[in-house]
Design a protein around this ligand. Sequence first.
Ligand code: FAD
Ligand code: GLY
Length: 392
Amino acid sequence: MPVRPSAALLVMNECKQQFDVLIVGGGVIGCSIAWRLAQSGQRVAIFERGDAGKEASWAAGGMLAPLAEADRADEFFALCVKSRALYADFAAELKTATGIDIEYRTEGTLFLSLTEADDHELEERWRWQHDAGLNVKRLDAGCVRKLEPTINERLRWALKFPDDHQVNARQLMQATLSAAQAAGVQVFAQTEVRRLLSDSHAGKNRIVGVETTQGVWQAPVVVLAAGSWSSLLAEATHLPVTPVRGQMVAVASPTPAVRHVIYSRRGYVVPRASGFLIAGSTTEQVGFDRRVTAGGVASIIARAEEILPGFGDLALLETWAGVRPGSADEMPVLGEDPAVAGLIYATGHYRNGILLCPITAQLISELLTKGESSVSLTPFSVLRFAHRRAVG
Ligand code: FAD
Ligand code: GLY
């Protein structure tokens, strides 16, 4: 539960600028929501602990890949597909607003079967996706090799997801930040939110602002978009959002080795416009440790080598790691806290925050400017974790 502001803290606010919405966290989720809200005429501030866009959003692979990553056609999958459908226009709008090209590429995604065990997984994926009427194709090995001649000769067959596209996540991060700023959003970097502040009227709790390392700001709405750090705020410990480390590797690829994003069950390889390949990733429960480890890099290279023999001979350009904000059920937490009016969650995007960025921004902005969102947020409500709040 957010804490009540002390009189002394509120006095500090008197000389500060007024905002309609305060956003905690300057990743793609916070910045894209801020952008949409500012476009609707809201006065918005983002508070960022460090420098905006240097955490998970910067570390991501940039795949927009619901068919490659989801396991069933549920509400989460539907949200992912809706967001994917927004991307071409989103990329064009960001380009117009900022001049930044987020390198939206539409060659599609291949998912390879390299072993007998892979066959079972691909068959299962094919079955539910085909039954759901999704755009998924079965390709035999010869067909795949015509598309991508450098793929491992052990290839048995593959699925192709023509509509699973990709962007450059770092360019996306920079573009959403720049678009937000150009639309009038104020970004307070090196400003950590320490507490959420609330007031109680007639037995109802309302958010009234935030206490930061640079002072107190008042506003009737606070959006919690703090990624893996969301549940560290004492008032949000009931949110089961925890960091899940993912390491990444980039290598030089002077002649384009592949054109598609390529997955196996063990890893993925992503071609980038500027002549390099990235490969990922690991899934590690190691808290907020964002170190790159020798073992992590070795495992990524081995899995990439399995997809593309020769990957390990390419010049190593960069390694990095980030922490995915993973919720207990791996779905995002979106919408208002039923117990605290004005407290809005936009967190827990786990492996799909890049993919889900346009729809999250749209729905949270609709919620705040129109009173309801065009897609129901009920499946993503914090209420599904209500038992955690009850037990503290
Ligand atoms: P972040 O980008 O982590 O931003 C949260 C921000 O909040 C941070 O900047 C942090 O400093 C700030 N903050 C935290 N606490 C406070 C506080 N108290 N006060 C002020 N600021 C605070 N997704 C895809 O869709 N496709 C992919 O291909 C993909 N690949 C990935 C690969 C890797 C290796 C990783 C790690 C992630 C990947 N993801 C991918 C997931 C995606 O990166 C995340 O879901 C998404 O970036 C989450 O965005 P965010 O804005 O919520 O979090
Ligand atoms: N979505 C890719 C990853 O999280 O590694």
